[in-house]
Write a new protein. Structure first.
Length: 442
């Protein structure tokens, strides 16, 4: 009988007093006041990294009062840590505290599509064809008007999109332009030096003719800013309308020739890392994420160990096998008939069918008996292996035969006897050569 207490002798009274045994409880530990606090980051920055929009839009979203931190309405400039639960309109948001590797998508935009998600005219949008991204949002790097085709980049990183689009970084944009007419040398020089537009001066960093047919001529132009319809307005300043405009390069990214209009391609992780290094951004080492509200609540709850489904299946299978073997042994248990031990299945021969259907003599202890420790001691001839029984019988018969001949009861095997010798062949002996017998004295 198990004792719930351990006896300990009291040195003053000389009697034993019960001492309670320590118990293990899985309760939530209290916070260590000396432990370092979780690092916090700006809420609007994390929302932008999550792909919900630009930082300016996220500041306006926080100011609207739609975002809460641990049930409290967030304020502009608030900081959050990985242990906080952030919700937007009562829906939890996964914030990338350790930024995952950004995704970058190349899209060959055709004419007739707009780069906008909200259009009152319900025109075709480039966002209608993009694949969904779990926990993030596609951000268009720059814009192309409805009549412009070519390279359009999308990413899930607000920082990367900002490095491409902000004017202070002066990222090159290369276009192939077809105009109705032809530029003179003086006009090309003016476009390089700069001309005055409605929203300020503008110029091409590079412009070169690429040939053409008839009145249509192609030009390659490069500029470092992306104002609205800037390329078209520069040519229209000389009364040369643009009949076709196609972007072929944005920064270090070129439009692959194999990507036709309306097709897209996602960059490989290695290519994304190279692009981040070009932009001066650090690539994350591991794709970590914020714990969800359910995971945080589950971690705070008392721990209850549970078996996995595979372990439960294995345990139930072993129990079923032991139960089946035990019932089988009970049905085929030995029966005492006329003082002789016989098996229920083969009473006359003492044989028992094994699990594979073959017949064997003297079956050993079953799995159920070995597990429960109820092995039966072998009794009679049926419980002895057939080969061992024959060897034992042969040894006894040999011992009895040799005891009659006077050789004793030694049952050790004799030395092997060599081949029979030819009795007709006379073997020369030492007596034939040297007379070994001493001669009698005369």
């Amino acid at each position: 009988m198990a004792r719930p207490f351990k006896q300990q002798r009291d040195p003053q009274r000389g009697i034993k007093t019960p001492v309670k045994r320590p118990t293990t409880s899985f309760t939530k530990l209290e916070a260590d006041p000396d432990a370092p606090a979780q690092p916090t980051q700006r809420l609007h920055k994390l929302l932008a990294l999550a792909g919900l929009g630009s930082r300016r839009d996220m500041e306006a979203l926080v100011g609207s009062g739609r975002i809460t931190i641990n049930g409290v309405v967030a304020s502009i400039g608030a900081g959050v840590s990985a242990n906080d639960v952030v919700r937007l309109d009562s829906r939890p948001i996964q914030l990338p505290f350790e930024a995952e590797l950004a995704k970058v998508l190349i899209y060959h935009k055709p004419e007739g599509e707009i780069v906008s998600q909200d259009d009152p005219e319900k025109r075709a949008s480039v966002f209608d064809k993009l694949p969904r991204v779990k926990g993030a949002k596609w951000i268009a790097i720059g814009r192309l008007d409805i009549n412009t085709s070519g390279l359009l980049l999308f990413t899930t990183s607000g920082e990367l999109a900002n490095r491409f689009m902000h004017p202070r970084y002066e990222v090159e944009r290369e276009y192939a332009v077809r105009i109705f007419g032809e530029l003179t040398e003086g006009q090309i020089l003016q476009l390089k030096e700069g001309i005055e537009l409605e929203d300020g001066p503008a110029n091409f960093d590079h412009i070169s003719p690429q040939g053409g047919e008839g009145s249509n001529h192609w030009y390659q132009v490069i500029l470092r800013e992306g104002r609205n319809r800037e390329v078209r307005r520069l040519f229209e300043a000389f009364q040369l309308p643009v009949s076709r405009l196609m972007r072929v390069r944005f920064g270090p990214v070129n439009l692959p020739p194999r990507i036709k209009r309306g097709m897209m391609m996602e960059l490989e992780p290695k290519e994304v890392i190279n692009l981040l290094e070009w932009a001066g951004l650090e690539a994350p080492k591991a794709p970590l994420r914020q714990r969800s509200a359910r995971e945080i609540e589950k971690a705070a709850a008392p721990f209850t160990p549970k078996l996995s489904k595979q372990a439960q299946q294995r345990l139930s299978g072993v129990e079923a096998q032991v139960t089946e073997l035990t019932s089988y042994e009970q049905r085929n248990a030995p029966k005492e008939v006329d003082g002789e031990t016989r098996r229920g299945l083969k009473e006359s021969s003492g044989r028992e069918n094994d699990t594979r259907g073959s017949v064997r003599r003297g079956a050993g202890p079953s799995l159920a008996e070995r597990l429960t420790g109820t092995e039966r001691k072998p009794r009679g001839r049926n419980s002895i292996d057939r080969h061992a029984f024959e060897r034992q019988t042969s040894d006894i018969a040999t011992a009895e035969r040799e005891s009659k001949t006077g050789r004793g009861a030694d049952v050790r095997p004799r030395k092997p006897v060599g081949p029979k010798k030819n009795p007709n062949k006379r073997i020369r002996q030492a007596s034939d050569i040297v007379d070994t017998q001493p001669k009698a004295k005369r």
